[in-house]
Design a protein around this ligand. Sequence first.
Ligand code: GRF
Length: 208
Amino acid sequence: MLKVVVLVSGGGTNLQAIIDAVKSEQIRNVELSAVISNKKDAYALTRASENGIPGVCVSRKAYETREAFEEALLQAVDSFTPDLIVLAGFLVILPAKMTEKYSHRIINIHPSLIPSFCGDGFYGLHVHEKVLARGVKVTGATVHFVDSGTDTGPILLQKAVSIKPGDTPEVLQRRVMEEAEWIILPKAIDAIANGKVKEVDGSFFVED
Ligand code: GRF
């Protein structure tokens, strides 16, 4: 069983998609070891406890320095000895110590087709606001491995989503979640757990 720790900051709909996929066996051979949040009132923690998954909060506010917070976060993650760390709406930049230690064992879901609309400042609703402002006709979501940069790691899966006339950032955010994020994040986890990820010339592919 692949031991997975999920890091969250908010509502946790991506976490819910993962939990549902484990229950329905769309994700096989995975144990959800813990959910770690940097926000104590994140609804994702409620989802964890409702599903019998240990929940932990590591808040920046509880530590005097950024370094102390990062150390506590790393210790919390390490305590579950995860095989895979999943960032599911986690709004903290990971410490370099963590991305180095867990190289190619951390994945993130980003709500655009990387390399468009990603990097510093592109998070949450802002991504969709900028997509609509630019007037592109196709957006989507990306699952990528996490390296020391922001949204720069190797891409594992992507799925496109159409923009429709009259879309608001909120409407588009919901469509990107429903049509892309909640599908490709569980798919990526299942692929990693079951040896379906292949690397060819430095690019990663998921076998069907
Ligand atoms: C998602 O749009 C995700 O792509 C982004 O933050 C949002 C998290 O939503 N990074 P949720 O907490 O999973 O509902």
